[in-house]
Design a protein around this ligand. Structure first.
Ligand code: MN
Length: 211
């Protein structure tokens, strides 16, 4: 077999397969009463599934074919490909970072030390994140992110933005789109944001801090 054909076969087999809907790390009713089963089913099974499907329609034959979602978020121009890749990356991080209320453990070790160092204390950190979420006008996200020197900062992003695009590492994300809270909380979105602190999986956050 000629080497050109071999390399074509290797390229074809190493290409990133179709983007897939991530499996939830808990049952769909596990985050009640903070996030209802109905909201999880809509948010994960409909909204995130739609972003995944959109990406699978947009990427083939584009210049981004074969790239990881994280690479598309870094490289794509503003537009539908960036928007859908951003939302796939965002929601992977989002759904992975929760744990049922009954299994919640307060942060300790490296996480609490880092939050104390950068924000004063855990309550001040939560308040800054929640206030930032309340300040997002329309659809967007709030992220706890780390810069290249390991400094932690809170950033807001419009639409499907992720600070990864600007060289920051996303560590904890709050989804400020209405689809994440409206069904459960109607006009009281602060109650939704306050509730999220009862279901954060700080072990996941700890792992992200080490990346
Ligand atoms: Mn969402």
């Amino acid at each position: 077999m000629c080497t050109t054909l071999i390399s074509i076969i290797i390229m074809a087999t190493t290409k990133v397969a179709a983007y897939t809907l991530p499996v939830l790390p808990y049952p769909s009713d596990a985050l009640e009463p903070i996030i209802s089963e109905e909201t999880i089913k809509n948010h994960h099974g409909k909204h995130l599934a739609a972003y995944v499907n959109n990406l699978n329609k947009l990427i083939p034959d584009s210049e981004y074919e074969g790239l990881l979602v994280e690479e598309i978020v870094q490289q794509a121009a503003d537009g539908p490909i960036y928007n859908n890749a951003g939302q796939v990356m965002n929601h992977r991080l989002y759904f992975e970072q929760f744990v049922p209320v009954s299994q919640y453990k307060a942060p300790n070790g490296r996480v609490i030390n880092a939050l104390n160092y950068h924000f004063g204390n855990i309550e001040a950190f939560k308040k800054q994140m929640t206030d930032a979420a309340m300040s997002v006008f329309g659809s967007g996200w709030v992220w706890l992110a780390a810069d290249a020197e390991g400094r932690l900062l809170i950033v807001t992003e419009p639409g499907g933005g992720n600070p990864w695009r600007r060289g920051l590492t996303p560590i904890l994300g709050i989804d400020c789109w209405e689809h994440s809270w409206y069904l459960d909380y109607a006009f009281d979105k602060r109650a939704h944001y306050d509730g999220l602190w009862k279901i954060i999986n700080w072990d996941v956050i700890d792992n992200r801090m080490s990346m």
